[in-house]
Design a protein. Sequence first.
Length: 636
Amino acid sequence: MNLPTHCAHPATVDFQRLVAGQQPPPDDEDAADARRGFLGSIPDAAILRPDGAPVWNLAAYGFLAEEQAPDTVNPLLWRQARLNREHGLFQVTKRIFQVRGFDLANITFIETDSGVLAFDALTVPETAAAALALYRAHRGERPLLAVIYSHSHVDHFGGAPGLVRQADVDAGRVQIIAPAGFLHAAVAENVMAGPAMARRAQFQFGHTLPVGPAGQVDSGLGKNMPRGRPGLIAPTREIAQPHEVIEIDGLVLEFQLAPETEAPAEMHLFIPSEGALNLAENATHTLHNLCPLRGAKVRDALAWSKYLNEALHRYGPRTEVILGQHHWPTWGRERAVRFLAEQRDLYRYLHDQTVRLMNHGLKPAEIAERLQLPPGLAGRWHARGFYGTVSHNVKAIYQHYLSWYDAHPANLNRLPPVHAARKYVAYMGGAGALLARAREDFERGEFRWVAEVMAHLVYAEPQNEAARALAAAALEQMGFQAESATWRNAYLLGAHEYRNGPPKPQPGAGAAMLGALPNGLLFDLLAMRVVAPRAEGLAFDIAWHFSDSGEHWLTSLSHGALSSIALDAPPAADASVRTDRATLDALLSQQLAPADALAGSRLQVGGQLPLLARFLGLLDRFSGAFPVVNAAHAEQ
């Protein structure tokens, strides 16, 4: 049997034609809005590091110039991918400018009487610096007075060091403004589960896939993730009230907190003089995620809808343009209010109808298969599932209320994947019979089922090349058909790794922000890294004194668990460690050897000196490249 590779199966060609015939009514307004106010850009939005290494470049997406979607891309996703290719500096109102297409997210520049504010900071310093340079090339050298973080996701704060120096923040020359709870949320979400989240993010964004019509074409919210190391500059001012009004250099800003929506700490911004409402990432030109494929705590769909409803009534009568930190603005009061009301209805509908069906006893997969958006929403391009999907969002809502367990006792203690897979394969008559049936189903275009049964066979027989090839072919066709960019990326990377194996090990995502962790969260991270079998039979206390902050901490290891507490004075312990956070961070990231730290007096240890080395030896390390579709991981 000759399996298609990087080309569409006849069933996929038929599917794309069906989708094209049933897509929402043509709407040229999005294309016009995405280009409105264009002032200029740099070729292909190409951004390099000082050493010449690429950080961002849209040249590879030149194939999107074709208006007609190829058979390997869902026609609806093709439209979104073409819109997300627009890049440059755009004028939104007299005082508001956006740089779009230089990163996954947008950066918004808001001019005050004599300076400028940056609303968000992109993902890495290089893209943020390039965006600021483009703005100043067209608008002059206005001083940056403040950086405002809309929410606690890295693509909105990680580029701050490219906009401002820490020394200027420390001196009070630049404010860093953020919603309440920002700092903890920003460092916590990507640290405790950082290695797993970073690996899963490869499947969500597809940034390890080749770019092209048979590969990565988009991420739904924007093109892709830039290459580089995010930074973090801590806020100097928090917006703590549900509604707060401040003035900076003659410009009045109204903030609306919207916690536990798209991010744990998030806020909207209304600028009365411009009639401009910025909804951060709570209203975009796609259905968003209630739980992203990379993993996160489930978001509250009901709260999300209610905050949008509140914004509609509080700001709608004064709004002339709605913009966000992804995609393009929507101009005109009538259009803007309609957009906001439909986004509100989108999350309210998903919440209420999922909960209704849940209370009839339907299980997550049953609700996902049954629930569809009403025609009034399904027919609106901005409500389509280019990023989040109805399917995985309703499962997230179910999880929010009832957990992972669907109440069927057979699912309470299921066999792990490899053990179950071997049973499945045996019950199906063995690998040969299973492959024969699956090939027939593949020819009929039953790719979902083929992917499911091949997953069992590959888990049961990891070296079965025929099974891996058929599994890859099925996932690839599912990727070609997917409307959601994140589903497409997941399917195509799954196919790639069936064929080529997992990627090479790489540093964990949390390492870049280690220095931003408060001491309490750092010790929680270390506790998660303790390899319990190595700690069997060990029990000891270590007292920590941080010379830079003056803080005293006690960590206690017993029964393979590490507990920590902050104290007012140095406690009695089996060993005591005096150092600063920079030194401890360097030790933990293996950039500094303990012997060198001791010799250089950066580290002082009292009591039982060997306990520090023993403690460090208990800590696990993560490669960031564990197998996902390969059975090897399941057997560890």
